[in-house]
Design a protein around this ligand. Structure first.
Ligand code: TYM
Length: 332
């Protein structure tokens, strides 16, 4: 039986952080065995914020190393760079005719970017979700493993797909955001101000490239709280965040010990952070070291990209044939 198709993407801007890892990449790795997986480094998307493109090559290679170090296997998934698959740009063009200014302007990520870069509100930024939809639909993917922040984009993808099918005939299945477990994940930043992100407040974000000392230091500085005064109190967001991270990287007995300390009001946040720091170092260190080793092998990384591009194009071309036929773009 044919396996279901999965697609997800990540921008080559900044360093990979724990939000990326636990929100998306951890699922990507697990899905390789059960699905037909396509994972894309979305370099075109990153151009919407006008990065220095002299750094693009290095950023893409570093991200690829980090993805491989996290457990993606180029033999078991298709790992490629967006700009190597021009079919995505063609589909983006068709989908642009089916997306409306009003809905694009209402997208949360667009409104955030308008606030962050008021001098660069370009059309690529406005149509960012359309390009993302093209990434997904070009492989007719059904499942899209992403963090909570991407939920709206996947919903928009379904709208564009539905409009296409309605206007031109059934080509696309309806993709859904996916995470193992019931909920999409959102990792909060260590200072308790919103989600962990690639560019904002680097001391409140844990990167896979951070060295041991920096990890320990960041966790030491993380926001906690005053001691609970009543047994079994509700945790504040900052404290819940520390426990959330602990559940991801520490053993169950460690988590249970600190839960019990919290519930009987004897918790010492200093001790908790020291333990979390130690466990986080143990978790990040092998990923970081492996990524570093892989980054030194340009030849291998380029081979991986080339192999991925070839497989991704094959799948994209098959879809574009259906798309062109459905629209009626066939003259000879
Ligand atoms: P990007 O590059 O910002 O993030 C990559 C993945 O990491 C997840 N993520 C988080 N998850 C939990 N908590 C956080 N704090 C956190 N921060 C980031 C994101 O949800 C994402 O899954 N638009 C996308 C890239 C993209 C894409 C696609 C994704 C382009 N085309 C097609 C899926 C399908 C983005 O900017 O991700």
């Amino acid at each position: 039986m044919k396996k279901e198709t999965v697609l997800s993407g990540i921008r080559p801007t900044g360093f990979v952080h724990l939000g990326n890892y636990f929100g998306a990449m951890r699922n990507w790795v697990r899905m390789q065995d059960e699905y037909d997986c396509y994972y894309c480094i979305v370099d075109w998307h990153s151009l919407t914020t006008h990065p220095d493109t002299r750094e693009l090559q290095n950023n893409v290679l570093r991200l690829l190393s980090e993805l491989l170090a996290s457990g993606l296997d180029p033999e078991r998934c298709v790992l490629y760079v967006q700009s190597d698959v021009p079919e995505i740009a063609e589909l983006y063009l068709y989908l642009n005719m089916l997306s409306y200014k009003g809905e694009l302007e209402k997208t949360v990520t667009f409104k955030d970017k308008v606030r962050q870069q008021p001098d660069n509100v370009n059309a690529g930024l406005l149509t960012y979700p359309v390009l993302q939809a093209a990434d997904i639909l070009v492989h007719r993917a059904l499942k899209v493993p992403v963090g909570k922040d991407q939920e709206q984009h996947i919903e928009m993808t379904r709208n564009f797909a539905e409009r296409f099918n309605h206007r031109y005939g059934e080509v696309f299945p309806m993709p859904k955001a996916f995470s193992y477990g019931s909920e999409l994940i959102k990792i909060m930043s260590l200072d308790g101000t919103g989600k962990m992100s690639k560019s904002e407040n680097q001391m409140a974000t844990l990167y896979l490239a951070d060295d041991d000392e920096l990890i320990t230091q960041k966790i030491k500085k993380a926001k906690s709280d005053t001691l609970p005064v009543e047994p079994n109190s509700k945790k504040t967001d900052a404290v819940e965040n520390l426990f959330g991270l602990m559940r991801l990287v520490s053993t169950q007995d460690v988590v249970e010990k600190f839960e019990a300390d919290f519930n009987n009001c004897s918790i010492r946040y200093g001790d908790m952070k020291a333990q979390l720091g130690e466990d986080m170092v143990k978790f990040i260190r092998p990923l970081r070291d492996q990524a570093k080793a892989l980054r030194a092998d340009d030849k291998y990384l380029k081979e991986v990209m080339e192999m991925g591009a070839e497989k991704a194009r094959k799948s994209a071309k098959a879809t574009m044939k259906l798309v062109r036929n459905a629209i009626g773009l066939k003259y000879f």
